[in-house]
Design a binder for this molecule. Sequence first.
Ligand code: ARG
Length: 411
Amino acid sequence: MERIVLAYSGGLDTSVAVKWLADRYDAEIVAATIDLGQGKELDDVRERALAVGAVRAHVVDAREEFAQEYILPALQAGAIYEGRYPLATALGRPLIAKKLVEIAAMEDAGMIAHGCTGKGNDQVRMDVSARALNPDLKVVAPARVWGMTRPEEIAYAREHGIPVPASVDSPYSTDSNLWGKSIECGVLEDPWQEPPEDIYTLTKSPAGAPDAPAYVEVEFERGIPTRVNGVTMPLTELINSLETIAGAHGVGRIDMVENRLVGIKSREIYEAPAATVLHVAHRELEALVIPRDLERLKAGLSRTYADLVYDGLWFSPTRDAIDAFVANVQQHVTGTVRLKLSKGDCRVVGRRSPASLYDTALATYDEGDKFDHEAAEGFIEIWGLPVANAASKRRQAAGAGAPEPAGPSAT
Ligand code: ARG
């Protein structure tokens, strides 16, 4: 008998998928739920999987691995898709795929399955990651195959005695983990419509946030955030506590139209309070400790990194290579950034570092200035040489060919 390991969320799609896969492939279905910090959704997920017909149900706590090996490298790389999306969902998919592949090996299964549809990025990330880890495994995405609409799925569930989860009442499709939440569908599909307030669960409305700002000091050691307001915390806890503080001040709401890999433009809402604070802080600290040319070089790689995460190429030689570059840069990224959170705004108001390249004696306009002002003249002479040269050659050429153009003062 065939055995299939299914990524099980507990929602309608994957609940229906248990029965559908078992029938279609005459297979045993092993459910696997990966905890990436999605919270409440996981309550009694094991019981639900077994209730809908899974022969076994694994629940894997992968929060620590997610934080250390996925979130942290992406933070250090400055990976933000199209300048706005910190990639919570996109970073979670390769880890889910990795766990499915591991469980498939344990369970001696030849196939893995997931609930992604045929229109999104997530299917690409799951399938490509699985192929990168074990090209011999077959991957099936029932929702890409069965062609059922939502009401048809509900009818299918009723017909087969599958308990319909309460989440079917929500018009939205959401995905949550430690790094943030993604929200799609319903009225959000109209890019002109303002998102209704009730879609937000991690962030307060900026207008309703406290009048008094919060100051947060984030400390990094070699690129790793280790302390918030002087308190040392493991990374998962640090992310959770920043989520609480920043969320309470309305920080981290993102409303954008993005380019999916599959060619569709889509309107997306994200809540990423912790990711917003950490990216702002980390970028600011790098600005203090790395030289200009390296900053420019890294900025280009940040974009490449964000694209490859988004595009499902997490397990790739390109990412490995950029990670090595980024790790080298992080050696100097030690210090503290002070941020002010107020009514949806997250602003850096202070930064300091033992590795700071900032030199007051060079920067000051006051007493103690060590900058050589006279040397600037020689520098400018040579720096401006190419443009001065080009201008004078053009003028000569214009003068030699045509008659002098009549200027305003010509008589
Ligand atoms: N557009 C985002 C991405 O591609 C979010 C996807 C959200 N997925 C979901 N099943 N709701 O990363």
